[in-house]
Design a protein. Structure first.
Length: 94
């Protein structure tokens, strides 16, 4: 059997970010396949504490797999947002 026939056409490919922005209380993401996601801003401690300018400085990386806010060191993945995975601060051991 040809492996290319194993792909289910009803399952969308990995989500990819087309655009992303931050409002006063939400992170709003538009995916390349047309879906729109919104998450509570409180789910990202770094973005919650960021200034408006820092929130607007976002870069989409890896062909839409990640959004990165370099001024605050935050990364959010398309999959994490789609499956509502809350951002966690990574702390260095003491």
């Amino acid at each position: 059997m040809d492996p290319s026939t194993w792909i289910n056409p009803h399952i969308p490919p990995d989500p990819r970010i087309r655009s992303i922005g931050v409002t006063g209380d939400e992170i709003i993401c538009k995916l390349q396949d047309g879906r729109k996601l919104s998450l509570p801003l409180a789910w990202s401690e770094r973005l919650s504490a960021a200034t408006r300018e820092q929130r607007h400085n976002v870069v989409i990386l890896d062909d839409g797999e990640l959004a990165h806010w370099p001024d605050v060191g935050e990364f959010l993945s398309a999959q994490g947002m789609l499956y509502a995975t809350k951002a966690r601060l990574l702390r260095r051991p003491a």
